[in-house]
Design a protein around this ligand. Sequence first.
Ligand code: MF3
Ligand code: CO
Ligand code: CO
Length: 264
Amino acid sequence: MLKKPRQPVIHGADAFAAMRKAGRFTAEILDYITPFVKPGITTGEIDRLCHDYHVAHGAVPGPLGFHGYPKSICTSVNHVICHGVPGDLVLKDGDIINIDVTPIVDHWFGDSSRMFLVGDVSGVARDLVKATYEAMMRGIGAVKPDATLGDVGHAIQSFAEGRGYSIVRDFAGHGIGRTMHTVPQVLHYGSPGTDLRLEPGMFFTIEPMLNIGKPDARILADGWTVVTRDGSLSAQFEHTVAVTETGVEIFTLSPNGWNAPPYT
Ligand code: MF3
Ligand code: CO
Ligand code: CO
């Protein structure tokens, strides 16, 4: 049996090249699906379009069959925190949705998600989405050699809580590469100077989930869908990043510049 390494892998130039490719493709899927995210489409149709886009480009959707997961992407609408399973749900005016894609490209995983505003969205929901993107970017901004994961978590937490949002604690970012989920665990809260010290060549995701209400989560009977216990709105963004000699490289930046709404 292969075991998870306890120490994060320090990747070299070939791995960076492979992850640039996987990360770009990851972002291209999200760019591709953007014009389809409108009132009237179902999450199942979004899944089908994304699935076919993977296949048409020689990639494999990582989630499909992962621990029995039944679909190719995750679609998390409104009070769904993460791992929403695509199906018959019809998007309607005013919804917010997270689309999370995790393709395998030449055996390397990319992992990224963005929020989408469906039609005319309330100011309260738009503010949450904006703050969640900003929280992720604050976390990414703290990534550099000799910083710690505690610095990253603190940057996210202090920003999000300062805006009055709560941070989901039950799910974390993760090391990534030739496996979808590996060490380190990347918490979206923490204290400066604590936790793992960062070194060039580490690859991981940063994917904070912010709630308007309480941070508590609950899993639905389907065994996957994670919702807020209090029914409050939740938002998430995710990038796959590397620690570099000078700071951070984001592998999953949008070629179209569509990293956060509005996507125009
Ligand atoms: N993309 C998710 C993450 O950010 C994982 C999807 S795998 C699934 O880690 F099975 F949950 F869909
Ligand atoms: Co992830
Ligand atoms: Co993801």
